[in-house]
Design a binder for this molecule. Structure first.
Ligand code: FAD
Length: 427
């Protein structure tokens, strides 16, 4: 097997988290190789961006590309009751700067991820597509020092690097191989989705807004208008509810649920299905650790949260650039021990935990965000910030009020770097 030693950092996976980390590292002058199993463009779910995807996208130079793109502009989100009654859309510019954070995009991930990859290459990142990482390599001390990759173009290669970044998404290679993967049983939902052409779109600036439409028993639809006259539409709920009466086929499940919400039924009535039906039951999980010696986990690989608030891309991009800063600092110091990634772990955990508390509240039938903020209008801004992805703040006052209506979950004890050998012995 060939050995390659030209890179300081090797990133596994060219999704948004991997490309954000790689590009930010290249901007800091680091030599980075990204290894991606697929040939891009490739399909991926996760298409609606919340406002606070803006800062990391700006940092890695993606905003001009997005402004030139055909992606639908997203200014708002609205909620629709099963009866079909829609709330007033919430416009992000009511709180944020109109020219930056207040407008985001509804993307087609095959196109967006390809743009991220091209942007990474233009910043000097080397990318090998069709290159699957088969093993994480550790030295005699247990520190991670690279990967083995099976590449269509380069063959089998051992790539040595001072830091390895796991950006493998829900595959989560490091957490899975090290048995660090922890479930979140209360958030164990199932999603079924497809795409429509010619479905109804709301007029004017509401055309690109996200709609979250409820089905009884706290299931919900997403309705995400995209360019090319397409709409991404999916339903998320407990598996037991979706498969009631023994239904198993994704198409049958989806078509039955349409009837549970008048607004969805009406909006889809003018369209036709233009893609296959997709289903996933592989839901929320966290990695017990965010890093080890010479290893950092980013994006879904460090934790995946139920997508009701479209937080995945924000967390992927944010953890990508935060990891890049931590890795750059560690390389400068000549010390890539776990302790160097403690602050990265704190930021990541705070992001996920704040969102997770709101997701728990959403699924509790006793909680209505509207009722909470009508009773305490002073909390409306904090709620908007958290839902928009401005998550690295202290929201304890807001969650204290939520706790009068629902059990706010205890924070999970996961997400710090793995303790070093000396700390493990002491423990
Ligand atoms: C039903 C559903 C709906 C969602 N909706 C939204 C939404 O509206 N908005 C939102 O923000 N998020 C949403 N998400 C979440 C979003 O999809 C993810 O958070 C996001 O894609 C995470 O990016 P990532 O870079 O961490 O991982 P990914 O995008 O999954 O990228 C990982 C990459 O790693 C590659 N890879 C994996 N293993 C290997 C290997 N061994 N070697 C080489 N390459 C490898 C994969 O091919 C892939 O390209 C949704 C998720 C689901 C399941």
């Amino acid at each position: 097997m060939k050995t390659l030693e030209n890179f300081e950092v090797v990133v596994i996976g060219a999704g948004p988290a991997g490309c954000a980390a790689a590009t930010a590292l290249a901007q800091l002058g680091r030599k980075v190789l990204v290894l991606e199993r697929e040939k891009f463009p490739r399909y991926h779910i996760g298409e609606s961006m919340i406002p606070f995807t803006y800062p990391p996208l700006e940092r890695i130079g993606m905003i001009p590309r997005l402004r030139r793109s055909c992606f639908m502009k997203k200014y708002s989100v609205q909620f629709v009751a099963p009866s079909g009654r829609a709330s007033q859309p919430f416009y992000f510019f009511n709180r944020y700067d109109r020219d930056t954070v207040a407008q985001s995009w509804q993307v087609l991930r095959s196109e967006f991820d390809q743009m991220m990859l091209e942007n990474a290459r233009e910043h000097g990142v080397e990318v090998w597509e069709e290159s699957e990482v088969t093993e994480l390599v550790q030295d005699v001390t247990g520190a991670y020092c690279g990967v083995r990759v099976d590449s269509r173009e380069h063959g089998e290669v051992e790539v040595r690097a001072t830091v390895t970044v796991d950006a493998t998404g829900r595959e989560a290679i490091a957490a899975t191989r090290n048995a660090w993967r922890r479930g979140d049983p209360k958030l164990n939902k199932v999603a079924v989705w497809t795409y429509y052409e010619g479905a109804k779109r709301d007029p004017g600036i509401d055309e690109g807004g996200t709609t979250v439409a409820f089905v009884p028993d706290k299931g919900w639809f997403w309705y995400i208008p995209q360019h090319n006259n397409r709409v991404s539409v999916g339903v998320v709920a407990d598996g037991k509810y979706l498969t009631r009466g023994g239904l198993k086929d994704p198409e049958a499940i989806f078509q039955r649920e349409i009837g549970q919400n008048q607004w969805i039924q009406d909006h889809l009535s003018t369209g036709r299905v233009c893609d296959q039906y997709w289903l996933t039951a592989e839901y929320t999980f966290r990695s017990e650790y965010c890093a080890d010696s010479g290893l950092v986990l980013v994006g879904d690989a460090v934790g995946f949260l139920d997508p009701v608030f479209s937080s995945g891309l924000m967390i992927a991009l944010k953890t990508g650039v935060a990891a890049a800063d931590a890795i750059h600092g560690a390389l400068e110091a000549g010390d890539v021990s776990p302790a160097r990634f403690a602050e990265y772990g704190r930021i990541t955990r705070q992001s996920i935990e704040n969102m997770r508390k709101l997701v728990y509240a959403f699924y509790d039938p006793n909680v209505s965000f509207k009722t909470v903020t009508e009773g305490r209008p002073d909390l409306a801004d904090a709620l908007t910030d958290c839902l928009s992805g401005d998550v690295n703040k202290d929201f304890s006052a807001m969650f204290e009020v939520f706790s009068r209506y629902t059990d706010i979950p205890e924070e999970l004890p996961y997400g710090a770097p793995r303790p070093g050998p000396a700390e493990r012995v002491a423990a």
